[in-house]
Design a binder for this molecule. Structure first.
Ligand code: ATP
Ligand code: MG
Length: 563
């Protein structure tokens, strides 16, 4: 990874700890195995990318960058049933957005169907592949079990000529789907089941999104993938742990096809998130069952959902780097991603005032019909963001829960008789409140002390509570969406029947009041709402006249990085 841990020893030498993949690459380079490093990200276009894929993208593109090599984006589109152009488009958008540099060429595995066909012929000629007429069930039966060796197919010893003839006729469409397959001739007694004469080609009359009806035979993944890598000159083919048992077959294919610089497969542990749905299949099911509002529903961790919610690519990178590259499976915490989002946005986002659950605050001794403009810094920690003017007048909105009629101990906000600071403005003392017929508080009254104006250097007395507010005369309306985990708190996986779906995973607040500076906010702009979190205008639903904000993350953190 590009993020390298640096430790300084007593004599100030830098000790750089390299992850296990970098160590393998360093060794390969020092032994002269490869001249230039080539990595790839090979998504199957059968869904949208998620945070786990981001790990693979950032790892592979990061290595290419670190070693001044090349990173290829390759659509692994050898399986025509499930692939859709919609997915190709979304994947391209996501990889670009993450900032991975894949140059100006996009690769497609289907461009190598000819090379794969040639490879199969080569194997047949070497006596290393044969056409088999067993049914799928028979092949399974003949394969044996982990405890027992398999049985050889009666078709295993067909002559090279007969195999060449039958394979060509498979290609020409002379046989029905599923009636014949091409198998690699390896070892039916191998302790590794993947090596027991695996199927490498099948007959399937399916239209392909790029090659149309040109082919009625399609290569299997384990045969196709090493060829794709080798043809592109990939040196290190980095995949996830479930392919570890397939590595001997990968090595067999590149060896038997006699590639000059055979690529090397390296496995690492997938990224999992505690209590969060990550697998492509599972996300797809939520989308198809209408549990969420499409692949970019901000409650998901697909890349498009994270982007729509307002998460930055920088925060995702920081998270991937913090979570590290390992050979051992582990589960990362969503709180760590949220920590990265806060770290990334705290300096970048202007801090403004927005009231999510408004209640009116009337300042009885403020002159009727008057108003003033207060100069307010946009971000106290980042002067570069400048300042703005915020209007103040007799009627404001404050958060409903910043007032209590009968406060508990340690409640320092507004209650009858108590004085608080209005952020960036004055001290006010609560004098009264008004209830409606149902006993709900609808208005709070107070008086202000003109001597306490923020920035005036007032030092007469201190107050314990500071609350935010907006000017009722100039504020703008907005809808704000708050998100929680899709799975009910305390439960780890979502039940098949969705019985433990969190009913509060989306809360839509329709009547929020935002300070005037929010007027005209464009799609995708990010802010800190003081005391309420980081928010971003929704990329789909927000318009300049009808603002819709997503909460990216609240300000409270349960995660502590080990420094
Ligand atoms: P899923 O596991 O969600 O179904 P997939 O592995 O089927 O995804 P592919 O399109 O085949 O999706 O994956 C493209 C690349 O992304 C592969 O190299 C795969 O190993 C990697 N990848 C997929 N999920 C993760 C993950 N959770 N963490 C890291 N890498 C992943
Ligand atoms: Mg897959």
């Amino acid at each position: 990874m590009s993020e390298i841990e640096k430790n300084t020893t007593d004599n100030n030498e830098e000790v750089v700890s390299r992850n296990f993949i970098e160590q393998i690459i360093d060794k390969d380079l020092s032994e002269g195995k490869y001249k230039e490093i080539v990595t790839r990200f090979p998504p199957e276009p059968n869904g949208y990318l998620h945070i786990g894929h981001a790990k693979s993208i950032i790892l592979n593109s990061g290595l290419a960058e670190e070693y001044k090599g090349t990173f290829n984006l390759r659509f692994d589109d050898t399986n025509p049933t499930k692939e859709k152009s919609e997915f190709v488009d979304s994947i391209l958008e996501d990889v670009k957005w993450l900032g991975a540099d894949f140059g100006d060429k996009i690769y497609y595995a289907s461009d190598y169907f000819d090379a794969m066909y040639e490879g199969a012929i080569k194997l047949i000629k070497k006596g290393k592949a044969y056409v088999c007429d067993l049914t799928a069930d028979e092949i399974r039966e003949y394969r044996g079990t982990l405890k027992e060796p398999g049985k050889e197919s009666p078709y295993r010893n067909r002559s090279v000529e007969e195999n060449l003839d039958l394979f060509e006729r498979m290609k020409n469409g002379e046989f029905a789907d599923g009636t014949k397959v091409l198998r690699a001739k390896i070892d039916m007694a191998s302790p590794n089941m993947n090596m027991r004469d695996p199927v490498i080609y099948r007959i399937a009359r399916m239209s392909h999104h790029r090659t149309g009806d040109k082919w009625c035979i399609y290569p299997m993944y384990d045969f196709a993938h090493p060829i794709e890598d080798a043809v592109e000159g990939v040196t290190h083919s980095i995949c996830t742990l479930e392919f570890e048992d397939h590595r001997p077959l990968y090595d067999w294919v590149v060896k038997e096809l006699e590639f000059e610089f055979p690529p090397k497969q390296i496995e690492f542990a997938k990224l999992y998130l505690q209590n969060v749905i990550t697998g492509k299949r599972y996300i797809k099911k939520l989308v198809e069952d209408g549990v969420v509002d499409g692949w970019d529903d901000p409650r998901l961790v697909s890349i498009s959902a994270l982007r729509r919610k307002g998460v930055t690519p920088e925060a995702i990178r920081m998270f991937i780097e913090l979570s590290g590259i390992s050979k051992a499976n582990s589960v990362s915490d969503m709180a760590m991603l949220e920590y990265c989002i806060r770290e990334d946005l705290k300096m970048k986002a202007p801090r403004m005032m927005a009231v999510l659950d408004p209640i009116k605050l009337v300042i009885d001794n403020y002159p009727e019909g008057e108003s003033e403009l207060l100069e307010v810094e946009n971000n106290q920690e980042n002067e570069e963001l400048g300042s703005r003017q915020v209007s103040f007048s007799k009627e404001l909105y404050i958060e409903r829960d910043d007032f209590m009629e009968e406060p508990p101990k340690k409640y320092f906000r507004l209650f009858p008789g108590n004085e608080v600071r209005l952020k960036n403005a004055y001290f006010v003392t609560c004098t009264d409140f008004v209830k409606d017929a149902d006993g709900k508080v609808v208005e709070v009254h107070c008086t202000y002390d003109p001597a306490t104006k923020s920035g005036s250097g007032f030092e007469g007395r201190k107050v314990k509570g500071t609350i935010h507010w907006v000017d009722a005369a100039t504020c703008v309306d907005a809808t704000v969406r708050l998100y929680e985990n899709l799975i009910k708190e305390g439960e780890e996986v979502l039940n098949e029947d969705y019985s433990n779906l969190n009913p509060d995973s989306l809360k839509e607040l329709k009547n929020c009041k935002l300070e005037a500076a929010f007027a005209g906010t464009k799609k995708g702009e990010r802010f800190q709402f003081l005391r309420n979190g980081f928010f971003c205008t929704d990329m789909k639903d927000s318009t300049e006249d009808n603002l819709v904000f997503n909460r990216i993350v609240s300000l409270k953190s349960s995660y502590k990085p080990n420094k």
